[in-house]
Design a protein. Structure first.
Lengths: 377, 380
């Protein structure tokens, strides 16, 4: 056991923290207010190597490792949660192409993802009737000579309209059922992007539906082998869950910091409200739960970095950190009282932004299924 | 970050687990039922080096680190929470302050037999009127030449009826309030000491708890632990470490609740299938397991900081707060999963629930721990 960061991880932490606080945080309110996709931020992240943290320099990445990635994502989320989810999905797509793609696919997409020159990465699994039950997807990819023809629709796809490459899961064979993962580029005939969803939070992140109307995708864009698609998307999600846990920790930590600072300043009944036990309790509980969530997240990231199994640990990290994070943001609003409810302070945005973290990339309910299955084995 | 146990940590885990499962677990129900002090288990633990895990070998201990201590505590508590607290008090509340604040002579005379388990220690801080407000000590020690004369009453003292040595807290200068508190190493055979009646408790029933009545007790000056007025610092510093031990105890109890519930859920059939196949049950199991892992990481972190002699007040408070509340929730869920069987003594679920409750109270209530954490946050 050792509970300290390496020097490299320390460096990532201080670099990203300073970027998040000085550059991203001041724009977060405006991005939220205008529901503007933060392309300027994405370019900035690309310059610092933060969009390709999980693959090597030979493909344009910075290969910082899962732990440094978790730290970076947390810090970015503390500044601007919408930027963080754009970063998270792009890194997840890059990592998945690195792990399962062939040399040609890696060379073709990874440098462009890391530099943002082709845009962001997107991951298209969810469908109107395939959410938690991801295996029931209906989009098909039927073999037709040297290509597959994709038909169907995807919903709630993060980065969809800004993606240079989208990983699309589709059924390649009905009996026995096989699923493939495809790399789809914008501009492919029959591929269209729907209008952006209006959301409770993460308003700067782009969330769209995708429609595939007899969309031809060349066979060389199949990721991995035929029938390997479901395994690929599940593997991506295991890693993604560490990312979302990190995002939640960043948002919640920022809310707790705001609440702590506010509690020291705000006076009622002739004293700082920080002197009341009611307020101290909320701060102490948030801090304790966030530390616990942080340790679970570090553990999952560390296991992943060591190349060991981490499915259960990633689920524990995600369900714990996102639920603790939601509670912490809720309490932060309460500590700020009326000021917590108005947009002059960031905590109402924190509360809206963090709400989705118990939902996407596997709901809390799916995480509990994963955990209990591993216990009952 | 490294989340692997070291070779030594793995070894003590195996050793403590095997001892706990073979020797302690089979006796846990009987110990709870009779409230009998498990002298034979304490003797056995002494032989295994578990009564002074983190004390250097030259002072009679096992010379391991505090993570080893957490690991061993968890395993013993998994089997029997009463046995675990006897061990915890001796390790954290007696050996640790002697190691940290004792003179060389005091260590030789008192620490060696305590850490090796030949003798047993207790910690006399709590009084009838001084619980969470530990600074409001009423027991007095008045200097008289080469000794102090002590008068007062200590309350709820774990191990007191069996103890040979007590780390005793007294007021030597009432004017100075908590800065007037002084700690002593008290030989329990000294004239003037009466052990009160054994408390009849809700849980950890085999751990002996009683009051200590001190009437004109003469304590030699050389038995003073630290200087006059250092007592509060000694107590708080000691409790920072003690909380890591209680966190570990709570983790062991929570794990017992989970493991028993898990086994029951796989066997018990209702509506034509094992109840483990219902999400209602799966949810409870998943939450217990996740919270236990979180608690364990918090406890390991605090122990790791303590080993490095880094500040760990906030971290040990977090570990104990979270682990003890996790244990209580796990105790509640463990009974719920067992249904009616959880409420009867044929199954251990109800014992885990009763044993868990104390971990939210002793060595700093959840309320005191939240104060500790909040004041650390507000200072930053």
């Amino acid at each position: 056991m050792r509970f300290e960061l390496t020097e490299e991880q320390q460096q990532v932490l201080s670099m990203v923290r300073s970027l998040a606080r000085k550059t991203l945080a001041p724009k977060a309110a405006e991005i939220d207010e205008e529901s503007r996709y933060p392309e300027d931020h994405m370019r900035l992240l690309a310059e610092l190597g933060l969009l390709g943290m999980l693959f090597p320099a030979s493909c344009g990445g910075s290969e910082a490792g899962a732990l440094a990635y978790s730290i970076a994502l947390r810090e970015i989320a503390g500044g601007c949660a919408s930027t963080a989810v754009g970063m998270a999905v792009t890194n997840m797509v890059g990592e998945t192409i690195w792990r399962f793609g062939n040399e040609e696919q890696r060379k073709k997409y990874l440098p462009g993802l890391a530099s943002y020159s082709i845009g962001a990465g997107a991951f298209a699994l969810t469908e109107p009737s395939a959410g938690s039950d991801a295996g029931s997807l209906q989009t098909t990819a039927l073999e037709d000579g040297d290509r597959y023809i994709l038909s169907g629709s995807k919903v709630f796809i993060t980065n969809g309209a800004f993606a240079g490459v989208t990983i699309v899961a589709a059924v390649t064979q009905k009996e026995p059922r096989k699923i493939g993962a495809f790399l789809v580029e914008p501009g492919t005939p029959g591929f269209s992007v729907g209008k952006a969803e209006r959301k409770l939070g993460l308003k700067g992140s782009n969330t769209v539906s995708l429609t595939f109307d007899e969309c031809p995708v060349p066979k060389q864009n199949l990721l991995g082998n035929t029938g390997e698609g479901f395994r690929i998307v599940l593997a991506a999600l295991d890693g993604g869950r560490i990312g979302i846990a990190s995002q939640a920790l960043g948002i919640a930590r920022s809310a707790l910091d705001t609440a702590t600072a506010y509690a020291k300043e705000r006076k009622q009944f002739g004293q700082s409200i920080a002197d009341f036990q009611a307020i101290q309790w909320m701060l102490a509980e948030s801090a304790t739960e966030l530390d616990a969530g942080q340790l679970l997240t570090y553990r999952a990231a560390w296991l992943k970095e060591q190349g060991r199994p981490f499915t259960r640990e990633a689920s524990m990290a995600k369900v714990f950190a996102t639920e603790a994070g939601n509670r912490a943001c809720h309490k932060a609003v309460q500590v700020l009282g009326g000021y917590g409810y108005i947009r002059e302070y960031p905590v109402e945005r924190n509360l809206r932004d963090i709400r989705v973290t118990t939902i996407y990339e596997g709901t809390s309910e799916i995480q509990r299924i994963v955990i209990s299955r591993s216990l009952l084995k | 970050m490294v989340f692997d146990l070291t070779e030594e940590q793995r070894m003590i885990q195996e050793m403590a687990r095997s001892f706990a499962q073979k020797e302690v677990l089979p006796k846990a129900a009987e110990l709870d039922e009779t409230g009998r002090y498990p002298a034979e288990l304490v003797r056995h633990m002494s032989e295994l080096g578990l009564m002074g895990v983190a004390v250097p070998e030259e002072y009679g201990g096992a010379g391991m680190d505090n993570i080893c201590y957490v690991i061993a505590m968890e395993e013993i508590a998994r089997a029997c929470a009463s046995t675990a607290v006897i061990m915890s008090v001796n390790n954290s509340l007696v050996c640790d302050p002697l190691m940290k604040f004792g003179t060389e002579a005091q260590k030789k005379k008192y620490l060696v037999p305590l850490a090796s388990g030949q003798k047993l220690g207790c910690f006399g801080l709590t009084e009838p009127g001084a619980g969470s407000d530990a600074g409001s000590q009423k027991t007095t020690a008045v200097r008289n030449g080469d000794h102090y004369v002590v008068n007062g009453t200590k309350n709820f003292i774990t191990n007191a009826p069996e103890a040979d040595t007590c780390i005793l807290f007294t007021m030597t200068d009432r004017e100075k309030k908590h800065k007037g508190i002084t700690a002593f190493i008290l030989d329990m055979k000294t004239q003037g000491i009466t052990i009160g009646k054994h408390e009849n408790k809700m849980g950890i029933k085999a751990s002996p708890t009683s009051s200590i009545i001190l009437e004109e007790v003469k304590v030699p000056v050389e038995n003073r632990l630290g200087n006059e007025g250092d007592g509060f610092k000694v107590a708080m510093n000691t409790l920072d470490g003690g909380r890591i031990g209680i966190a570990a105890q709570a983790i062991g109890i929570a794990r017992a609740a989970l493991e028993d519930a898990l086994a029951y859920a796989k066997e018990r059939k209702q509506f034509g299938q094992p109840i483990a196949e219902f999400q209602a049950i799966q949810w409870m199991l998943a939450d217990m397991a996740t919270e236990i892992d979180a608690s364990r990481l918090l406890a390991y972190r605090a122990a790791w900081l303590k080993d490095r002699k880094a500040k760990h007040s906030k971290e040990s408070a977090m570990a104990k707060l979270y682990a003890s509340e996790t244990a209580m929730r796990a105790g509640v869920k463990g009974i719920q999963i067992h249904g009616g069987y959880g409420y009867i003594k044929e199954y251990p679920a109800e014992r885990h629930f009763r044993d868990a409750k104390i971990t939210e109270i002793y060595e700093g209530t959840s309320e005191i721990l939240r104060l500790v954490i909040a004041s650390a946050l507000l200072k930053d």
